[in-house]
Design a protein around this ligand. Structure first.
Ligand SMILES: [Fe+2]
Ligand SMILES: [Fe+2]
Length: 406
């Protein structure tokens, strides 16, 4: 039996006055135990943060835990960005989409770098003067707001309040919220460092891709468009925002291995000899190596780059895998790639209309492509947004060509 349960049993045997006291003590201990467990769980997640998306999930966890452990009505997290304090996430028992939090109050915590704890806002002169309108309107009883520190600077505020109910925050709640705030502070710094690293990597990849496009002006914008089509399909399939981002990236980098293929092979106009074909097909394996060596974040993309020329019937390359063996995202990129190749002019062929390309995709569904993806793909790229984006990419492509010939 857990010691807390033993304590409770003991409490039941005592005379009522002491029993009640002991029962209250057991409840407090249980609360602290819950808080400790939550903080441990968040600490573990914190050590596993790999990208900005993990950090956003961590924010949600912290706000939800703070809400339930402190018996709060609402919790919110505000971060300083470009000199302005913005609420980046919030939770409320009532399920409000966008709970209003007093900005004046948050800014005071930021300015003074001191926590605010008040047991009765409605009677707190100083606070009422500060933010009377919003606080009175929302019938807020108790407010707790602590600064979010990262090294020496305050970078935001973690906030909790109780609405409509008599619950008031205690010093114990303040300590708990401060512990959460320090965890969030570490997460934010980690997220910013990861984001910077990621941004510079993405810039490097884009420079590589535009170099690739410039070597082969007829395919200018190919990487960008394949990224766009793959992302549109992912959206159509109901993928999350971060998975759509992954789809966009995979589409953009699918041909990155062409960097390692000599120009003379990329420029061949007519039918390919067996040897030429073998050299060109190497771009899947070269791309796989490049992406695999680019860090843990991109691990999942490497097999997509490798398999974007596989076919549903197993007649593709480099591994000749078939059906579900081909990673889903690679099957998606494969369709996007073929669609773009058909609808743009190449050295050896003229551009087909979109409708003709749709017909061809339908004809080879189940042979070359996963049949379950073809219709969603067609619906996805017919969206006006996609057409507008293609226009934009093509215009930029033209500018690049002009710059090249100048
Ligand atoms: Fe390719
Ligand atoms: Fe391609």
């Amino acid at each position: 039996m857990h010691p807390l349960e033993q304590l409770r049993q003991f409490a039941r045997q005592l005379p009522p006055a002491q029993g009640v006291q002991l029962e209250r003590l057991a409840r407090e201990l249980e609360g602290e135990r819950g808080a400790l467990k939550a903080m441990q769980a968040i600490g573990i997640k914190l050590s596993r943060v790999r990208d900005a998306f993990d950090v956003l999930t961590l924010f949600q966890d912290v706000l939800a835990e703070a809400l339930s452990l402190m018996g709060a009505g609402r919790t919110a997290l505000a971060l300083l960005s470009d000199g302005e304090l913005r609420v980046v996430d919030s939770r409320s028992v009532a399920g409000d989409e966008d709970p209003q939090v007093s900005k004046t109050l948050l800014e005071r915590v930021l300015r003074t770098q001191q926590p605010i704890i008040t047991t009765n806002v409605q009677e707190d002169e100083g606070l009422n003067m500060l933010a009377s309108a919003s606080i009175l309107a929302l019938d807020i009883r108790s407010v707790l707001a602590v600064p979010l520190r990262s090294r020496d600077a305050v970078i935001g505020v973690l906030y909790a309040d109780t609405q409509f109910i008599e619950r008031v925050f205690t010093d114990g709640d303040a300590t708990m919220l401060e512990t959460f705030a320090s965890q969030v502070g570490v997460a934010v710094m980690q997220a910013r460092a990861l984001q910077e690293e990621h941004d510079s990597f993405v810039t490097l990849v884009r420079v590589m891709l535009s170099t690739l496009d410039k070597r082969d002006p007829y395919t200018a914008g190919h990487s960008e468009r394949v990224g766009l089509y793959t992302q549109a399909l992912a959206q159509r399939l109901g993928w999350s925002a971060s998975d759509q981002e992954r789809a966009l990236f995979a589409g953009r980098v699918h041909d990155i291995g062409k960097i390692g293929i000599r120009d003379q092979y990329l420029e061949i106009k007519g039918p390919l000899t067996l040897e030429e074909r073998a050299v060109l097909e190497q771009h899947t394996l070269i791309g796989f190596d490049i992406i695999q060596q680019s860090g843990k974040r991109l691990e999942a993309i490497a097999p997509v780059v490798r398999s974007h020329h596989e076919r549903w019937d197993g007649m593709g390359y480099p591994d000749g895998i078939a059906g579900d063996e081909i990673p889903l995202l690679a099957r998606m990129v494969g369709i996007a790639d073929a669609f773009d190749a058909m609808t743009t002019a190449r050295l050896y062929s003229v551009a087909k209309t979109w409708d003709r390309a749709f017909e061809i995709l339908r004809e080879v569904a189940g042979l070359q492509f996963d049949a379950s993806l073809v219709e969603p793909f067609i619906t996805a790229v017919k969206e006006q947004r996609v057409a507008n984006e293609v226009d934009r990419i093509n215009r930029t492509g033209e500018l690049e060509l002009l710059a090249l010939s100048a």
